[in-house]
Design a protein around this ligand. Structure first.
Ligand code: PLP
Length: 223
């Protein structure tokens, strides 16, 4: 009997139906050995949510890994990840954007950033509220951020078992994304990424237009 496919192989075969979508393997709290297992299966894109952990892993693991920061990022932690991070998914304030620009410049790098939008019911979750985001984009001058590439939006659905609600949140995030692209096509170039979907809801996220899945436990935990 052939060996059963790994979770990564299974996910990859599902992704073939969605050619624009890519997988960020969320490796927070996982050991470098476990990350190397996926690396050897060809995975190059990993996501972390603590600055020191990202630095520790990025400075010891192969240099062709693309590191994504997916958690809430405090301004004073930006300098820790600036030499390594490829994409920050969780930009939720102008102040954080300014700090990212400053540190990316100091490191002579370009960093991709996604603006996090608050789409869930839970109040404690992070992200721009929609009117706040629209105001921010209205006043935005991308030329003030020469070392950042504003690449799209990120959102986290509500923690609920009501799948209809989750789908609706993903759908409205995608609608907002399309609306912003249209409204600001003059100044937002390469605004193409929609980061949504985790282990429990990634299939729905794909159907609703996700281009970046952030999947952790499904890849790393024993079934
Ligand atoms: C942990 C985490 C994920 C991955 O969650 P899983 O349910 O393990 O797939 C995705 N996004 C963010 C922001 C996370 O913190």
């Amino acid at each position: 009997m052939p060996p059963s496919p790994s979770p990564l192989q299974t996910l990859r075969s599902q992704l073939t139906a969605f050619p624009r979508a890519r997988l960020v393997a969320v490796s927070k709290t996982r050991s470098t050995e476990r990350i190397m297992d996926l690396y050897l299966e060809g995975q190059r894109c990993f996501g972390e949510n603590h600055a020191l952990e990202l630095r520790q892993k990025a400075s010891t693991l192969p240099p062709d890994i693309e590191w994504h920061f997916i958690g809430h990022l405090q301004t004073n932690k930006v300098k820790i990840i600036a030499p390594y991070v490829h994409t920050v998914h969780s930009v939720d304030s102008p102040r954080l954007l300014d700090e990212l620009q400053k540190r990316a410049l100091q490191n002579s790098r370009t960093v991709q950033v996604l603006l996090q939008v608050h789409i869930a019911q839970e109040e404690h979750k992070f992200g721009f509220k929609v009117p706040e985001l629209m105001d921010f984009l209205q006043g935005l001058e991308p030329a003030e951020y020469p070392n950042l590439q504003l690449s799209g939006l990120m959102g986290m659905a509500s923690l609920t078992s009501q799948t209809a609600r989750i789908r609706e949140e993903f759908r409205s995030l995608n609608e907002l994304f399309q609306q912003i692209k249209k409204l600001h096509s003059d100044k937002l170039h390469g605004f193409e990424e929609l980061s949504m979907g985790m282990s429990g809801d990634y299939l729905m996220a794909l159907e609703e237009g996700s281009t970046l899945l952030r999947v952790g436990s499904l890849l790393f935990e024993e079934p």
